[in-house]
Write a protein that binds this ligand. Structure first.
Ligand SMILES: C[S@@+](CC[C@H](N)C(=O)[O-])C[C@H]1O[C@@H](n2cnc3c(N)ncnc32)[C@H](O)[C@@H]1O
Length: 310
């Protein structure tokens, strides 16, 4: 896989590098052909040979089950790093709720809006170009904040979680999945994963639980690391088994990168060096101090009026 390590060191450089990575045509072609082009996250597998797209969709429904009590036509979800919008559409269709979907990538947002239009969901889903580190929303606006496999791309994860909690209403829920390091894993042992994700380090389950507790949330972690190993084994099988067909859709350099790197991911996930699972955290029903704080930045992450809603 391509290395998206940033040349510069600032958060803005890092975001730009992430955005460029996700907007490369090869990445889209890979996600379309191998992942199903709807959900871009680790699947919850019913069996080890299951189709990747079906398992990835099960992840969405599984996460949605955890917050189903909060969702209905009057509720609004904020989806951070919404990708092609698989989660946003599934939530809007299942619960009739509104979804505000924020992603850095214009290309993902363009595809996301087009899919919403095809499914008649424009009226429920607002797609916004911006960064989850600078949310241009007032405090306590959302019933549920949702984010599947995005924080592993972000250097300031504590800041991102603080922003997510700031915009969550008292009694609301934060639900997210992420690829993490196992507690004792040294960075050198997971170098291919760090390089692919463009970050210096990964969170661990306990580091997230500590951050959530410090933010005043009651949280639990469902460890589904076995699904991560299955997922990378399935990606490797698909790319190896379908190489001739994929050569028509993906550039030779990107495909060769995939063929070289996926086995490294399969190996480090099989050896238990990475973790994956679902966090479910709730804000207490009373207001927390600082909830009235203004959005973090008056300019950064402002919704793109041209891209705007839908
Ligand atoms: C692995 S994909 C997951 C997409 C989607 N959550 C899903 O599950 O299908 C990661 C997404 O996060 C977005 N992303 C990465 N860093 C971001 C940031 N700082 N703010 C907003 N979006 C970001 C990328 O553009 C990409 O669409």
């Amino acid at each position: 896989m391509s290395d998206l390590t940033s040349g510069g060191s600032s958060a803005a450089d890092h975001e730009e590098s992430t955005r460029r990575y996700y907007e490369s045509g090869d990445v889209d072609a890979f996600y379309d052909a191998v992942w199903g082009g709807e959900d871009i996250h680790v699947g919850v597998y019913a069996h080890p040979h299951e189709a990747i797209a079906g398992a990835s969709h099960r992840t969405v429904q599984h996460a949605a089950d955890r917050v189903a009590d909060l969702l209905g036509p009057d509720a609004t979800v904020l989806d951070l790093g919404s990708g092609y919008g698989g989660s946003a559409r599934a939530l809007a269709e299942r619960f009739g709720c509104r979804v505000v979907a924020v992603d850095l990538s214009e290309e993902h947002n363009r595809r996301h809006r087009a899919a919403n239009t095809r499914r008649g969901l424009d009226g429920l889903i607002e797609v916004v170009t911006g960064s989850l580190n600078h949310l241009p929303y007032e405090a306590e606006r959302f019933d549920v904040v949702w984010s599947l496999e995005v924080l592993c791309h972000v250097e300031d994860r504590d800041g991102a979680l603080a922003e997510a909690v700031r915009v969550l209403r008292p009694g609301g829920a934060l639900v997210f999945s992420d690829i993490m390091a196992a507690e004792e894993t040294p960075a050198r042992a997971i170098r291919p994963a760090l390089s692919r994700l463009g970050v210096q380090s990964l969170a661990t389950p306990s580091s997230y639980l500590e951050t959530l507790s410090a933010l005043g949330l009651k949280s639990d972690f469902e460890d589904r690391s076995a699904d991560l190993a299955t997922h990378y084994a399935r990606l490797e099988q698909e790319v190896r088994g379908r190489t001739p067909e994929l050569r028509g859709a993906i550039s030779p350099a990107y495909l060769d990168d995939l063929l070289a790197n996926l086995p490294l991911w399969t190996d480090i996930t099989r050896r238990g060096l990475l973790r994956w699972g679902l966090f479910h955290a709730r804000r207490t029903a009373s207001r927390s101090p600082g909830a009235e704080r203004r959005p973090a930045s008056p300019t950064a992450g402002r919704p793109d009026p041209a891209a705007g809603a839908h």
